[in-house]
Design a protein around this ligand. Structure first.
Ligand SMILES: [Zn+2]
Length: 478
């Protein structure tokens, strides 16, 4: 329906119909909904109507956090879950079609509450009574996701909602508070029993790490990835205590660390420590390239192609898991031990090297992608952990010459080729490891920026992220 929406200043708006009619509302809209669309009027006091979710403002020191676990449904449960995924997809698509029809043919705008009332009709209709085998709150959540997708579309931050396709869209179902039961295991706090609505028996969950003890899950999302594995994502509200600040002894400044992101080592610390890349490159890079090549040789639409695609999906999922876990430990340690963490703008790091040589291009491209993802994940974790624990992440400008500058005397050396791993300064004769020198420079520059912000009029809370490119604003507006 390209003519049904037009853009205005970058955001989508509903366009007038072919006959020039604008939005129909009031009693006329009610009549159209009832008679043409099969959406009954709202019946007060007789029927419980889904109320739009109120955005509860969490308390200042609580944060919503998602914990994701692998789960192993029994065959009966798996069957019911797959039915649920299908029903969610069906409901989403049907809600989308109804909204489109209402607008295209009648210029009536349907909202979340309307589609929920339509859902009640579908559940009782002759041909679609199978929807009753699935919890209604779960299906309402599918309509909620649709509504949110439209919201993003009209705000200009999302594309026009499209139909979900089996096998193409992610299988998932969301259970809100009334859709599941939770019982915490008193002997193993942070783990417990999850029973989903319309499911036989509790769900078997592998509690790879406990939830914070005593919290009650707010929302659960059960999903299945393309490799056929089931997961449950548990949303909780937890109270996070900032860690005590770490300062140098004898009245020194905040304890800081400079982090150089690189190819030779994932991270080099300014004290010389080098953290290797999780050995994903060596281990999976070649295999991934092989799989991808073989996928391209398989006939389109064939079973073998499907199989190959699944295998790739499984490998990607594995790589992501291993990487997340490895980085989790590293970032927790770094954030615990330091008050200020300094990195360079990622844009710099990702420019580092383009693949050389013809035959190696594809493999290099894949390696590249794995590297980029590792750096991205590292920064993502540092950002949120700094915010949680009262630390500051300083992101140094991309034009800062972290590599060329001598960290001993401050002289700027010549531009270094990437193959040069160490160099000596013409000015003071210091011999530098390329990455350690860069990390030292970053640390120093980060502390300088941190000092500028800290020197601003008192009463300011140190921000959890200081970005050099936004520094002028910070200093000027203070
Ligand atoms: Zn020097």
């Amino acid at each position: 329906m390209p003519s049904d929406y037009r853009t205005e200043g970058g955001t989508a708006v509903e366009a007038a119909g072919e006959d020039g009619r604008l939005r129909v509302s009031g009693a006329e809209a009610k009549r159209v909904k009832r008679e043409a669309l099969g959406v009954p009027d709202r019946v007060k006091h007789q029927q419980r109507v889904a109320v739009p979710m109120q955005r509860r403002t969490p308390e200042a020191d609580t944060r919503q956090r998602v914990y994701r676990y692998r789960c192993y449904p029994s065959p009966a449960q798996a069957e019911q879950l797959i039915k649920t995924f299908g029903a969610c997809r069906w409901t989403y698509n049907e809600g989308l079609a109804l909204r489109d029809k209402a607008w295209r043919e009648h210029r009536v705008a349907l909202g979340f509450a309307d589609s929920c009332r339509a859902l009640t009709g579908w559940r009782n209709a002759e041909g679609t009574r199978w929807l009753q085998e699935v919890s209604s709150t779960v299906l309402q959540q599918a309509l909620r996701h649709l509504d949110a997708a439209f919201g993003r579309f009209f705000k200009g931050s999302g594309r026009q909602p499209k139909r979900k396709k089996k096998g193409r869209s992610r299988d998932s179902a969301t259970y809100v508070r009334t859709g599941f039961r939770w019982g915490e295991d008193t002997e193993r706090p942070g783990t417990g029993l999850i029973a989903l609505a319309k499911q036989p028996g509790p769900l078997r969950v592998r509690w790879s790490r406990p939830l914070p003890a005593g919290v009650r899950p707010v929302k659960l999302t059960v999903s299945r990835d393309r490799a056929g594995r089931f997961f449950v994502s548990v949303l909780v509200e937890e109270r996070i205590k900032p860690l005590p600040p770490v300062f140098l002894r004898d009245g020194g400044g905040p304890k800081a660390v400079g982090l150089d992101l690189g190819l030779a080592a994932l991270v080099t610390l300014d004290d010389g420590e080098k953290v290797d890349h999780p050995r994903l490159l060596k281990k999976y890079g070649a295999k991934l390239a092989d799989l991808q090549r073989s996928l391209h040789r398989k006939e389109r639409g064939s079973r073998n192609r499907d199989k190959a695609r699944q295998e790739i999906a499984r490998l990607y999922a594995l790589i992501a898991d291993v990487r997340r876990d490895a980085l989790d430990q590293l970032t927790t340690r770094l954030v615990r031990e330091n008050q200020v963490l300094v990195v360079e703008d990622l844009a710099v790091a990702s420019l580092v090297r383009s693949p050389r040589g013809k035959g190696r291009r594809r493999k290099a491209g894949l390696n590249r992608a794995i590297l980029d993802a590792a750096w991205g994940e590292l920064l993502r974790q540092l950002r949120y952990k700094c915010a949680w624990y009262g630390r500051t992440l300083v992101i140094v400008d991309r034009f800062f010459p972290s590599t060329r500058r001598c960290s001993a005397c401050g002289a700027t050396g010549p531009k270094l080729d990437l193959s040069v791993r160490s160099w000596s300064c013409d000015g003071c004769g210091a011999v530098h490891d390329r990455d350690v020198n860069a990390a030292r420079n970053l640390r120093e520059e980060g502390l300088r920026l941190y000092g500028l912000v800290a020197a601003l009029p008192p009463g300011r809370v140190m921000p959890s992220v200081i970005k050099a490119s936004e520094m002028p604003d910070v200093v000027l507006t203070a």
